[in-house]
Design a protein around this ligand. Structure first.
Ligand SMILES: [Mg+2]
Length: 318
């Protein structure tokens, strides 16, 4: 057994017979499991449907309230919940009954009176299956995270942020209102890489990403657009909101230097803002183009500032 407490280390014992229940409890605790007990089927369902339910369950077949197979059926009726490995305990040995138990969704069964070492071995099989399954789930989640996020910064990647702009564009064509994008570019980043090395450059990119993500509203998307360039997609955001948002990003960097292993480093960014309004909807390509022009102006006018796209300025209403 590992010292680490995992859900597979916790086992539910549902058994109405007190002597049998205590015996099971004593064995399982001796083997290092954390035991939760239920004295009838309804109690067992309640525990298995609760948050942080044990992932392993030993269910007696004959119990008041609900019988073991019915408990299995109820638990299996929620395929979206974390899997529970279920071992049925039964005094019955007729083949038909066992088939009925397995058909109800039990993973395994043991006939009473059971042999302790056999029970232990079968619980380990259950744990192994749960571990395998958790490994597969983690791998699937990681690969979907990798497909949608930038590896270095953990922000949305370029494809996701462009999809988000396209989605926001079509939503706002239908519903009106306005939305903004902000192109954010690190100032003089090349010299950070050149004079302090790429590992420091990467540390700066990560910290800038973290501060930007904290500066935006919960429903905004921050993505890495390329090298040291980022895009913020801000739904339902007009002119003053977008300027304030860019200002929060600028301030998040002005407030304190970035700590690197080469010492603190003052980092600033420049922001180019473009807004699509109901009066003048802009398609994603136009928006990015205008934001890019505004960003260029922010650089020209001394960096560490934001500029609003001129075309947006003339037409935006809020
Ligand atoms: Mg019983």
């Amino acid at each position: 057994m590992t010292d680490k407490e995992t859900s597979a280390n916790r086992v539910l014992i549902a058994e109405d017979d007190p002597v049998s229940r205590r015996m099971l409890e004593a064995f399982l605790e001796k083997w290092g499991y954390q035991v939760v007990t239920a004295t009838d089927g309804l109690d067992a369902v309640r525990i298995l449907e609760s948050k942080d339910a044990p992932a392993l369950a030993v269910l007696d077949w004959m119990m008041p309230g609900l019988e073991g197979p019915e408990v299995c059926r109820r638990v299996r009726a929620h395929p979206d919940r974390p899997y529970v490995y279920i071992l049925l305990l039964t005094a019955r040995s007729q083949r038909d009954d066992l088939l009925r138990g397995l058909e109800s969704g039990a993973d395994d069964y043991l006939t009473k009176p059971f042999d302790a070492s056999e029970l232990r071995a079968r619980l380990r099989v259950g744990q192994r299956i749960l571990d395998l399954q958790n490994g597969l789930i983690a791998a699937r989640e990681e690969s979907s995270f990798r497909a949608t996020h930038d590896e270095l910064t953990g922000l949305a990647n370029r494809r996701v942020v462009l999809d988000e702009i396209a989605r926001e564009h079509s939503r706002h064509l239908r519903q009106g209102g306005s939305f903004a994008i902000i192109l954010v570019d690190l100032d003089h980043f090349k010299s950070v890489n050149d004079t302090r090395g790429h590992p420091t450059g990467d540390a700066v990119l990560k910290e800038v990403s973290r501060r930007m993500a904290r500066s935006v509203r919960p429903y905004d998307t921050v993505g890495r657009y390329g090298g040291e360039e980022f895009i913020v997609v801000a739904p339902s955001c007009g002119r003053s909101g977008a300027i304030a948002l860019a200002e929060r990003i600028l301030n998040s960097l002005r407030s304190a230097p970035v700590e690197t292993d080469r010492g603190p480093l003052s980092v600033t960014v420049s922001c180019g803002i473009a807004i699509s309004t109901a009066a003048k909807p802009l398609d994603p390509r136009e928006l990015i183009h205008l934001a890019d022009e505004a960003l260029y102006r922010a650089k020209e006018r001394g960096r560490d500032r934001s500029e609003l796209a001129t075309e947006t300025e003339l037409t935006s209403s809020s």
